[in-house]
Write a protein that binds this ligand. Structure first.
Ligand SMILES: [Fe+2]
Length: 231
């Protein structure tokens, strides 16, 4: 993946759930190592080469299921990777608006509820962006969420929202999930965003005019099929 990225770029967002956790609902099956500290060290080692290319790294808090109570694994990881703390002093934030030369990116791991259609929570988050504009110091140009753990890229009426895909392979718990339906993803990976602040005109405008969203995605291993009689 590093080959597809510039040697230096402006910022890296690790949007939560950086570790697997203990896979409680799978009784710890199928994970290589349940030790949280070990998982954090592994995550730092894996992501450090990428973080070194970024001028600034920002980290979000994921869920207790993956990141432990209070999302402590994300917080410890964030401090070790040298992430920028938020205004409350947390290295991993629950919700943050990053203003980049006049382009505002609103990112958090958590998102609105989804039953099946992954574009619905993104649309709700875009509507929430309008409701929360006064709190946030204005509307954001890009909404980034991740708890769907599936790649989605929505442009609705010129407003942009993305769900980042997961780097994790599908677990047996995910295969049995009912909401959304069995969490079957075709892709794993991340998302690259190119910003063009000079193309933003400050009026009502299609945000795609000044924000490029590119998936850095790879196929999830296929489920395949069992051949009757073996072979
Ligand atoms: Fe999550």
């Amino acid at each position: 993946m590093l080959d597809n990225l510039p040697r230096k770029f402006g910022f890296l967002i690790i949007n939560g759930d950086v570790t697997d956790g203990v896979a409680r609902k799978d009784l710890g099956r199928y994970i290589v190592e349940p030790d949280q500290d070990f998982q954090i060290r592994a995550a730092v080692k894996l992501i450090e080469p990428l973080a070194k290319r970024a001028r600034f790294t920002y980290v979000s808090k994921g869920t207790p299921y993956h990141a432990g109570l209070g999302s402590s694994a994300d917080e410890v990881f964030a401090e070790r990777i040298g992430a920028v703390p938020d205004e409350w002093g947390h290295f991993a934030s629950t919700w943050r608006v990053l203003s980049v030369e006049g382009i505002d990116i609103d990112f958090s791991h958590h998102r609105s509820i989804s039953i099946r259609n992954d574009s619905a929570p993104l649309e709700r988050e875009i509507q929430f962006d309008a409701m929360a504009a006064e709190l946030k110091g204005g509307r954001s140009d890009l909404i980034v969420r991740s708890h769907g753990h599936r790649y989605a890229h929505l442009n609705i009426d010129g407003e942009l929202g993305i769900h980042t895909p997961s780097w994790s392979l599908q677990t047996s718990f995910a295969q049995m999930s009912k909401s959304p339906n069995r969490l079957i993803s075709r892709l794993v990976g991340g998302v690259r965003v190119n910003l063009f602040p000079s193309k933003k005109n400050g009026d009502i405008q299609d945000a795609a005019d000044y924000i490029d969203v590119l998936g850095l995605v790879y196929p999830h291993p296929r489920v395949g099929k069992s051949i009757h009689g073996g072979g």
